[in-house]
Design a binder for this molecule. Structure first.
Ligand SMILES: Nc1ncnc2c1ncn2[C@@H]1O[C@H](COP(=O)(O)OP(=O)(O)OP(=O)(O)O)[C@@H](O)[C@H]1O
Length: 304
């Protein structure tokens, strides 16, 4: 009997060539993702990149235009209640229960699940014990967001979707929230898919980052891998003899500087060697997408 190869990772989310168009506007242009059990995965991209659209497709709230999707072994378009119960959702648009009191709302949501968390423990976990008796519409923005997270994890999800979870948080609330996500992933083995447009947040929290820009994943890897890739090409800047500023990207900056010296009559004016940071690379990608360079190149590649 032939044995099936054991997969290196237990894949919780898998997408292949997913596209999405709203009318004649292409928002996703072929998205491939593999998210492994227990990892914190950040989908990073600027406003309008298609992060929420991607997450809604994975959650089964939106029909994709084309492509294959598996989430916890099922196609989200055909996920049943049992499948849905294994997901935790923290959406961007907030659920409207303004007159409920915090503890009542949590206790109510807990009844939807077979093995819910204890609401009092959950309030402590998200730092809302002091607000247990408060009406939801009296909470601050950051407190509401923490309540959203509590509602997202009350059913002990295997896979938690956090769509721009820290928007509107002050630095302390953000820090507390990061600790909470780490705890869920490290101690409870929850797989987390987080969307953000904040590179620092993605670097801080994620095991792996996918940069979604212009409807495609433009880079994917651990924060360290992405930073290394970004820095692989150094940028050498100098001022030419006629006074024009020059810049060149190269994997071998010392050779370029040596050549400049060899060819120069004297010292090289304005000489500078920089290693781009991950942020430089991200901003560069966003700019290329905004001015259409990426799209033109994608179309050329397809035509070829
Ligand atoms: N229901 C819809 N109908 C038409 N266009 C839509 C719809 N929803 C989103 N879009 C458009 O699709 C693009 C991607 O939107 P999406 O909300 O997925 O981006 P995002 O990366 O989550 O952005 P943000 O960071 O601003 O939340 C945007 O240009 C948006 O205007």
């Amino acid at each position: 009997m032939t044995r099936r190869p054991v997969p290196a990772h237990d894949v919780v989310v898998e997408t292949r060539d997913v596209t999405m168009a709203y009318g004649d506007v292409d928002v996703l242009r072929g998205v491939d993702l593999d998210i492994h059990r227990g990892e914190v995965f950040a989908l990073l991209g600027p406003n309008g990149a298609g992060k929420t659209t991607t997450v809604e497709i994975l959650e089964g709230f939106r029909r994709r235009s084309a492509g294959d999707v598996r989430v916890l072994g099922a196609d989200p378009e055909r996920g049943d209640d049992a499948w849905r119960g294994r997901l935790g959702l923290v959406l961007q648009s907030w659920r409207d229960h303004p007159r409920w009191r915090v503890a009542e709302l949590l206790a109510h949501f807990a009844t939807y699940y077979p093995d819910p968390r204890d609401p009092a423990e959950l309030l402590a976990l998200v730092g809302l014990t002091g607000q247990a008796g408060r009406q939801v519409n009296r909470l601050s923005g950051g407190q509401r967001r923490r309540l959203d997270v509590a509602l997202g994890i009350v059913g002990r999800p295997e896979l938690l979707f956090l769509d721009e979870p820290t928007t509107g948080f002050d630095p302390e609330a953000r820090h507390e929230f990061h600790l909470l996500v780490e705890r869920l992933a490290r101690e409870e083995g929850v797989t987390v898919l987080l969307t953000t447009h904040d590179l620092a947040e993605a670097e801080r929290l994620a095991d792996r980052i996918a940069m979604l820009v212009g409807g495609r994943i433009r880079a994917l890897g651990t924060p360290a891998e992405l930073a290394r890739r970004a820095a692989a090409q150094a940028e050498v800047r100098w001022t030419a003899d006629d006074g024009t500023p020059r810049r060149e990207r190269t994997a071998d900056p010392s050779r370029l500087v040596w050549e400049l010296h060899r060819d120069a009559d004297g010292p090289i004016a304005g000489l500078e060697v920089r290693r781009p940071t991950l942020e430089d690379t991200y901003l560069h990608m966003v700019k290329r997408a905004a001015d259409g360079t990426d799209q033109a190149e994608d179309e050329e590649a397809r035509a070829a």
